[in-house]
Design a protein around this ligand. Sequence first.
Ligand code: FES
Ligand code: FES
Length: 166
Amino acid sequence: MSDRHLIVLNVNDSEHEVLVEPRKTLVDVLRHDLGLTGTHVGCEHGVCGACTVLVDGEPVRACLVFAVQAEDADIRTVESLSREGELSDLQQAFSAHHGLQCGFCTPGFLMLAEGFLAQRPDAGREEIREAVSANLCRCTGYQTIVDAVEATAVRRCHVQEKEATA
Ligand code: FES
Ligand code: FES
């Protein structure tokens, strides 16, 4: 008999009841039980970062977390970034700066960058380079990803300054 637990996950501002085995990872529940396939699975052992989501605002490798551990947390996946079909500023910057090629790593980088910029909104290029080095990309060479994150940081700072002086 399988040992399954009914848990409630708060994902992208919606509560989901799911019946899960304790061994099931968060990324598998997001993809297979909730149909949120924007989060990708690469290495499945914490190296590549393709599975990165935000858990209480922190970028987390969802292949290293059991779903039962994420109960009560605020989970955000890449699906939360766009609003009413419009890409977020960060997503638009990835597109404008060619921060993706095959796109497999992109959801992980977007969530990594989103979490990072929330904590370090005025980060400089070197700090951004270090932050994005947490994840693996086999296509871009990283420079364009750094460009996209840097452009987003600059843009958000300008928007904030404008709002403060309005
Ligand atoms: S799939 Fe999770 S770190 Fe690679
Ligand atoms: S764009 Fe292909 S792995 Fe990053």
